[in-house]
Design a protein around this ligand. Structure first.
Ligand SMILES: [Mg+2]
Length: 270
């Protein structure tokens, strides 16, 4: 689970100072951002209630996720949240928004760890989006990330993960990072940023190369590295010690304790 949080931290500096250099350095000014906070919020929603749902239970479950988004937002409202999300999260009303950005996908990693069937992973990912990202592209992005984690931790090969995601979500995953990078720009639409973040994982050799692939596209670096890092950890089961110690000192204690608790409950290594 820390693979997602560490990806966010490593990408955080490069969200504002984009790089196309694969060999970028881990910048001292790196810190956790909204991606980590919302990932922790999803962890908390699952720790509070990990019952399976059916389609009739979607709305109630969506509300439970939304309550945690507001709660974790309030811990650090300046962590890089977008305007639209901040307006929603700081409101006393529990209304629904239909953002098509990658905010649903950036926090979906825990869902792939906690649930036991593809059908349940798909439903939970949808529920996790309904209050803030109720748009087909955003829901698809969250589902694709959660499903990728689920398949990766289940021991599926990269080829079969790629084939499944391509067919199910109609994502173009045949492009290479080197082909994408020269023209890639900052854009947080889910439809634009989630497929390359998945490719960053598919083309990786280990956790670190997945994160480097994602950041070096020069786009929404923290979110893309959060996604690529989350899937990569589920697949490789290993994060280099040097990265862990760099990032560990940059995590808020509430995020750390929630993610740790989640990891101990759900992330049983094969
Ligand atoms: Mg962020």
């Amino acid at each position: 689970m820390f693979g997602a949080v560490f990806g966010d931290i490593i990408g955080s500096y490069y969200e504002f100072y984009p790089t196309k250099d694969y060999h970028f350095s881990l910048h001292p000014a790196s810190s956790f951002t909204d991606d980590s906070l919302m990932t922790a919020a999803v962890c908390r929603a699952i720790l509070n209630n990990d019952d399976d749902i059916n389609s009739f239970g979607l709305k109630k479950r969506a509300y439970e996720y939304a309550v945690q988004y507001k709660r974790y937002y309030s811990l650090c409202p300046t962590a890089g949240f977008g305007q639209m999300f901040s307006a929603w999260a700081s409101s006393k009303e529990m209304y629904r928004q239909n953002s098509y950005a990658n905010g649903g996908a950036m926090r979906a990693v825990p869902i792939g760890y906690a649930y036991h069937t593809l059908e349940q992973v798909m439903l939970q990912a949808k529920a996790s989006c309904l209050y803030t990202h109720d748009h087909p592209d955003a829901i698809k992005g969250a589902q694709a990330v959660a499903v990728a984690v689920f398949l990766a931790r289940s021991g599926e090969s990269k080829a079969s993960i790629k084939e499944y995601l391509s067919k199910k979500f109609r994502y173009a995953l045949d492009r290479t990072i080197d082909e994408i990078r020269p023209h890639y720009q900052f854009d947080c639409k889910a439809s634009y940023s989630v497929p390359p973040a998945i490719i960053a994982f598919l083309e990786s050799e280990d956790y670190e190369s997945a994160v480097r692939n994602a950041v070096s596209l020069g786009g929404d670096a923290d979110t893309m590295a959060c996604i690529a890092g989350g899937i990569a950890e589920a697949y490789y089961h290993e994060i280099p010690q040097s990265i862990a110690s760099f990032c560990r000192s940059r995590i808020d204690s509430a995020i750390y304790s929630t993610v740790k608790e989640f990891e101990q409950k759900y992330q049983v290594q094969a």
